[in-house]
Design a protein around this ligand. Structure first.
Ligand code: 6R9
Length: 642
């Protein structure tokens, strides 16, 4: 008989009730939520159709969902739209025209602000310039830029003219960049001379030159260079163009391309555990509907909000919830170029205080990093404008949750842990501001999406039994396929368990239907027949006062099959409580057994100054595992080199 896939060991009993005022003022209140859930359960197509009707379309769709060729679903077929019309053009006709759209702060301290109208004019200029370079609907534009206003402008301009954009983190190596260029064959690359990161100037253009070296001429006809950091760059004639020269003469008016709902909007590469990065394809219609609805429900945005998300635009979080979602909602977005700890550990708090940020959306990695520096840094700044906090990217774990909620959110701001993926395009499992919160849980699935936890045959795992995370029904912002690889898309997501989308995560659902994510299925440990998600052991370790961050992997064990090996970053001052490393190791082993159960045998604990992370902040366990076992580490292009 199949028992749960993952044994869940951690039990978190604390709950936090929402403040009455938050409940009163929420976009999605109790009554709306009830109605939404009821409708979504009865007829989820109609439910999403109503959400679509809240947006501007050039022509209405013929069919809400075309499921005639699964898993290649189509949403709003026959509909004509453009995401940029909703993110920009329509605001120009409303009170949003003169509202700030983007506040950008450079690492070196400079600030640039754009109203919606100013942003619109800049986007039109670049759109005209791109059209002048011969870019047509469907052509690819590769954007290799750090967080700059021009990054946002290029994303919007590309979408406006119907080009397919692909952002590549400005931190990827020439080799990774080349791999992506070879995969999507962009007509245009937009980059910068350089940018500031952690007090240094990073030369970006030279990476593009290296990546393009020897490339055949039918790809990357032009490289547009934003001048940001005053770096000497070799401009290759006639390929390379200065962004500033290119747009100077262009008109600030440009028509927005009429797109089919199913026309591609962007391609985003995620690094696979093995082999080449996968390019996930998103489209205009369904994506804009899904992102718009979920952003308004979860982030609960009001016209007066100032929104800061620490994600780089080159990550899916940056696409959906730094650029597209917030601008569709008419929000003012704060965009920060640099390192969150530069020049010191209070940079983020200084930014919050300087502009009066009201919503802060960030990652567990950053929260743990900030925690390490203690509460004296946030205490130096006025954070009283904050009213809502969010987390994304990894299981946050109860202790960092409680720290963030208490020291940053004054124990008042809802802290919403949002679970989703590049593939889902939009939030899938998340509490709402009106929800009862459990530290470390991402809450329940949002209305209109059906996420579940199942065993390997697809049967519901039952309360508190761990299992695989699957999605039972299509949703509008779902990725449509992998670029040039329909078969790979089918295999990776739709054939692992027949009839459902396989997310690749493991989780358990508690008796209230709250989800507790435990990590990626690939990272699950099997200790003497007990299958354990690394997140639980890591959360147990992080709950110890001497631990800031932990990563846990399985290593072969002749008796138990596998044993846990832990990599731990210690908190400052650990040696006040313990006389030696050995004493701390013994204390941690005992602590984990106490928290999780006696069978969780820890083979070894190694101390590290830092753990390997991806550029988007996730712990790269497979690199640790490769180091430990000599196995191949897979694609490491996303490794962050600190
Ligand atoms: C948005 C994003 C997706 C993977 C996902 C899961 C992990 C994301 C999480 C979370 C636990 C959360 N993940 N949010 N795990 N709790 N709130 O991160 O997209 O970069 O594609 O990563 O990230 O493992 O499967 P992406």
């Amino acid at each position: 008989m199949e028992t749960g896939l993952v044994d869940s060991l951690l039990r978190e009993e604390r709950v936090f009730r929402p403040q009455p005022q938050v409940v009163r003022e929420a976009n999605m209140g109790q009554a709306e939520l009830k109605a939404a859930q009821t409708l979504a359960r009865q007829d989820y197509r109609l439910f999403w159709e109503e959400r679509a009707a809240e947006m501007d379309w050039f022509a209405k769709w013929d069919q809400v969902l075309d499921d005639s060729n699964p898993p290649f679903y189509k949403w709003f077929s026959g509909g004509k739209c453009n995401l940029v019309h909703n993110a920009l053009d329509r605001h120009i006709l409303t009170v949003n025209k003169n509202k700030l759209a983007v506040i950008w702060e450079g690492e070196s301290g400079e600030c640039r602000k754009y109203t919606y109208y100013e942003l619109y004019r800049e986007v039109c200029r670049l759109a005209n310039a791109l059209r002048g370079l011969g870019v047509q609907k469907g052509d690819r534009i590769l954007i290799y830029l750090p967080p700059l206003p021009e990054t946002v402008i290029t994303m919007l301009a590309a979408a406006k003219i119907g080009a397919v954009q692909t952002l590549v983190f400005a931190g990827y190596s020439a080799r990774s960049l080349r791999e992506r260029i070879e995969s999507c064959r962009p007509k245009i690359i937009v980059t910068a001379d350089g940018f500031y990161r952690n007090g240094r100037v990073i030369n970006l253009k030279s990476v593009v030159d290296e990546a393009l070296f020897g490339e055949d001429a039918d790809c990357a006809e032009s490289v547009i260079v934003v001048h940001r950091a005053g770096v000497e760059t070799d401009m290759v004639e006639p390929r390379d163009l200065r962004y500033e020269d290119l747009i100077r003469q262009e008109s600030p008016q440009a028509p927005t391309e009429v797109m089919d709902a199913e026309d591609p909007l962007f391609l985003l590469y995620t690094s696979g555990a093995t082999g080449k990065p996968k390019g996930l394809l998103h489209t205009h219609g369904g994506y804009m509907v899904g992102v718009h609805a979920t952003y308004r429900w979860v982030m609960d945005v009001k016209p007066t909000d100032l929104y800061l998300c620490t994600a780089d635009p080159g990550w899916i979080t940056g696409h959906s919830y730094v650029v597209f979602g917030p601008l569709m909602a008419g929000t003012t977005v704060v965009l920060y170029e640099g390192h969150p700890l530069y020049p010191q550990a209070d940079r983020l708090w200084a930014i919050v205080a300087r502009y009066g940020v009201t919503i802060l959306y960030t990652t567990p990695t950053l929260i743990r990093m900030l925690m390490r520096y203690g509460s004296q840094y946030p205490r130096k700044h006025d954070l009283s404008t904050l009213r809502l906090l969010g987390s994304v990217g990894e299981p946050i774990g109860p202790e960092p949750w409680v720290w963030f909620h208490k020291y940053i959110g004054r124990s008042e701001c809802p802290l919403l842990d949002t679970w989703w993926q590049t593939e889902t395009g939009m939030f899938m499992v998340s509490p709402l501001p009106i929800s009862l919160l459990k530290p470390g849980s991402a809450g329940r699935p949002l209305p209109g999406v059906e996420v579940d936890v199942v065993d390997r045959h697809g049967n519901p795992a039952g309360h508190d039994k761990g299992g695989f995370v699957v999605i039972r029904k299509p949703w509008p912002a779902m990725a449509r396929t992998l670029w040039n690889d329909d078969q790979g898309y089918r295999q990776a997501y739709w054939e692992k368990i027949p009839g459902v989308y396989f997310a690749g995560d493991v989780a358990r659902k508690d008796e209230d239907g709250y989800f507790w994510f435990q990590g990626r299925a690939d990272d699950v440990l099997n200790i003497g027949g007990h299958r354990i998600g690394p997140a639980e052991v890591e959360a147990a370790l992080t709950a110890h006062k001497s631990v800031v961050e932990a990563a846990v992997i399985g290593v072969p064990d002749s008796i138990k099959g596998e044993a846990a090996k832990c990599f731990v970053v210690r908190a400052e001052g650990w040696n006040k409580d313990y006389d030696s490393e050995d004493e701390l190791i013994m204390a941690l082993k005992a602590h984990v057994k106490r928290e999780l159960g006696p069978f969780v045998s820890i083979r070894a604990i190694a101390f590290r100054e830092q753990l390997p992370h991806t550029k988007s902040g996730k712990i790269l366990r497979r690199l640790l595992k490769a180091e430990e076992t000599g196995a191949a580490p897979g694609d490491l292009s996303s490794l962050e080199e600190e």
